[in-house]
Design a protein around this ligand. Sequence first.
Ligand SMILES: *Cc1c(COP(=O)(O)O)cnc(C)c1O
Length: 300
Amino acid sequence: MDIAIRTPLIHSLPLSQHCGAHVWLKMESSQPTGSFKLRSAGHVCRHYAEKGAKGFISSSGGNAGIAVAHSGRRLGLPVTVVVPETTSARARELIEQEGARLIVHGKIWSEANDYALSLATEEQIYVHPFDHPLLWEGISTLVDEVISEGVRPDAVILSVGGGSLLSGIAKGLENHQLSHIPIYAVETEGTASLNASLNAGQLVRLDKVSGIATTLAASQVCENVFNVATRLDVRSRVVSDDEALRASRRFLDDHRVLTEPACGVSLSLLYDRKVTFNPDANVLVIVCGGASVTLAGITG
Ligand SMILES: *Cc1c(COP(=O)(O)O)cnc(C)c1O
């Protein structure tokens, strides 16, 4: 039994008509934990479980931590998630709901992460939130599913935090000889670590990250996305918090699905027509989802 499920691929009439192209939605919001992270974390956890792992450690108070907690439960192995004090009550609840042990340690993520790393052993496997080739391999199956349904994308739109989604989709596109198509990689103004690195021509660490898209708040992207950006046609785009929120709200009305602003950033490129496509283009949008979002959180 797979941990991540095959998600729906939906031809969006409202977005297709709005943008004048064929807009395809890959609904990762339908994963049991609400985001694509189940593809990545699930793949890593299964890999190490088969090699005899006795448990997993995560330091993510977001979708990655929830996905590791879920994967451990499905594999019958204990999971410990170490989060900083800033982690929301909602995220803590979702992690505990999966049966994981939740440890609150430190004021900021790096303190929680250091503690999580100190707990890792050869049998207690630390699962990184975004920087590991097995994570990307797990995500690449998303492209296999799209291709198997007869859709060959002419462009992809996705969100960027630490860069596992971009790394995984790039790998999937390369596997299907689609490495030439443009990939629109979207961040918010307060979390634009990929944008800053591409502008600088080298990996840059942001002094601070801010804004509502906390899921995208990695101060530095993984080195691999930098290599991906030189091999493939990666087009960095930055939108405001407000644009992301508005897109999540419109998407809720159009498709009756709640998404984090971390996902709204990608949708806003289409709703605000920041890119144009030719009429027969197939545009693939990764609806990355997000577990911590509530109705009050986006309508506020
Ligand atoms: C993790 C995540 C992202 C960002 O993915 P990265 O691999 O960190 O770039 C975007 N949206 C959602 C919902 C996520 O869970």
